[in-house]
Design a protein around this ligand. Structure first.
Ligand SMILES: C[S@@+](CC[C@H](N)C(=O)[O-])C[C@H]1O[C@@H](n2cnc3c(N)ncnc32)[C@H](O)[C@@H]1O
Length: 225
C-alpha cells in the first residue's frame, strides 16, 4: 500500500475520504487490479443541470412505481430519494459517506449515515428498496446485499435493483478510488449481468417480477418469494 502511494505521489486515504472529495468536485477514477481505470459518474449521482435525457429516463423508471415508503440503499447524494420526496412519497436515504448524507439532507430528504448491513429503522416494513447504479456491487457479495434488501422489505414489498449489461456474468473484484490528492484503499466490489437475475435472486429468497432496460441500464423489480 505504501509503495502504491509513493508510486502515485499521492496520500493514502480511506475510500470514503476519496469518495467525499469526488462529491465535493474533485476528479476521481476507479481502478481495478488489472490496472484499468475509468472516471466515476459523480455528475450522474449528483443529478440536476448536468443530467442527460438518458439519465432522466432511467431515474424516472427506477422510481416510478414507488408509491409507498422507500429506502434508498447507498443513496449517494440523494438524487432518487429527493425525486420521491418531491412526489410526496416517504423516502429514506442510507449511506456510509458523511458527504453523501449531508448532500441528501440538504435536498430536504431524511438520510442516515449508516452501513446498510447494520440496524435500520423499518426493517421488514419497507414497501420498496432501491439498489441503483451499481449498488448491487456493494461489499462484493451480491447475494448478501439482495438478502439484506429482502429482510428490509414488507412481505409484499418490492426491491428495485439495477444490474449490469447482459453478458457481464458475475465479476467480483477489488477496486480503489483515485483522485489527484489521494488514493483510497482497495475494497471489494461486484458486477452482475442481468442474465444472472433469476438465479441470483432465487438464492436470496426473491423472485423477478419484471425487468426493463432503460438508457442501456437493466433494471429488475423483485418480490419476496
Ligand atoms: C455507486 S454510488 C451510487 C449512488 C446512488 N445510488 C445513485 O444512484 O446516485 C454507491 C453509494 O453507496 C454507498 N455505500 C457503499 N457501501 C455502503 C454501505 N455498506 N452502506 C451504505 N452505503 C454504502 C457509497 O457511499 C455511495 O454513495
Amino acid at each position: 500500500m505504501l509503495r502504491t502511494a509513493v508510486e502515485f505521489g499521492a496520500q493514502v486515504m480511506t475510500e470514503l475520504d476519496v469518495y467525499d472529495r469526488a462529491l465535493a468536485g474533485e476528479d476521481c477514477w476507479v481502478r481495478n487490479r488489472s490496472g484499468a481505470r475509468h472516471r466515476i459518474r459523480v455528475r450522474r449521482w449528483l443529478g440536476g443541470a448536468g443530467d442527460s435525457a438518458a439519465d432522466h429516463r432511467a431515474d424516472h423508471v427506477l422510481t416510478c412505481c414507488c408509491d409507498g415508503p422507500t429506502v434508498d440503499l447507498g443513496c449517494g447524494p440523494g438524487r432518487l430519494a429527493a425525486l420521491l420526496t418531491r412526489r410526496g412519497v416517504a423516502a429514506l436515504g442510507v449511506d456510509i459517506s458523511p458527504m453523501a448524507v449531508a448532500m441528501t439532507r440538504r435536498r430536504g430528504v431524511p438520510a442516515l449515515r449508516r452501513d446498510l448491513f447494520g440496524p435500520l429503522p423499518g426493517t421488514g416494513r419497507w414497501a420498496y428498496a432501491l439498489l441503483a447504479d451499481g449498488n448491487l456491487g456493494i461489499g462484493g457479495d451480491p447475494l448478501r446485499i439482495l438478502r439484506r434488501a429482502r429482510d428490509l422489505l414488507a412481505p409484499d414489498g418490492v426491491a428495485i435493483v439495477e444490474f449490469a449489461r447482459p453478458g457481464t456474468g458475475l465479476i467480483i473484484e477489488r477496486i480503489r478510488l483515485e483522485a489527484p490528492s489521494g488514493v483510497g484503499e482497495w475494497f471489494p466490489w461486484a458486477r452482475v449481468g442481468i442474465e444472472r437475475a433469476e438465479t441470483l435472486t432465487a438464492a436470496a429468497g426473491l423472485r423477478v417480477l419484471t425487468t426493463a432496460t432503460v438508457s442501456g441500464r437493466p433494471i429488475a423489480w423483485l418480490a419476496r418469494s
